[in-house]
Ligand binder design. Structure first.
Ligand code: 5GP
Ligand code: ZN
Length: 114
């Protein structure tokens, strides 16, 4: 089955390489690239290639695949032993601006408390 895409979605365009990004990881199902406005020395956005607007709308099997690859990405980026933070914004009140599921992977400095 062809995965869902949205021709008007910024991250679908980035994943399709119609808009350039600094790619950090790519597989059949997952795409990761540097955030354009980094909040930490390492700030990578990790997305399923399939378009799902929010965390709550994403099928569980997609999340399972994504989580496994997030573990691989954390190791590949060199943070397995250093620590990192994952953030998911779900919905407008959380601050979500791009409605294509993504994890913010933040690392590279002490991140402090909330
Ligand atoms: P959200 O607020 O939806 O959780 O996060 C969206 C993120 O996408 C923000 O951190 C923002 O800096 C990032 N972003 C927005 N536009 C672009 C872009 O064109 N390229 C890249 N690489 N990141 C973007
Ligand atoms: Zn999309």
């Amino acid at each position: 089955m062809t995965p869902p895409t949205d021709p008007n979605c910024l991250f679908c365009k980035i994943i399709a390489k119609q808009i350039p990004s600094t790619i950090r990881y790519e597989s059949d199902h997952v795409f990761a690239f540097d955030d354009i406005h980094p909040k930490a020395p390492t700030h990578v956005l990790i997305c399923p290639k399939a378009h799902h607007p929010t965390f709550l709308e994403t099928p569980a099997d997609v999340l399972t695949t994504l989580n496994g690859e997030v573990q691989a990405i954390a190791k590949q980026l060199g943070f397995a032993d250093r620590g990192f933070r994952l953030v998911i914004n779900n919905g407008r009140e959380s601050g979500q601006e791009v409605f294509h599921l993504h994890y913010h992977f933040l690392a590279g400095k002490p991140l402090g408390g909330f």
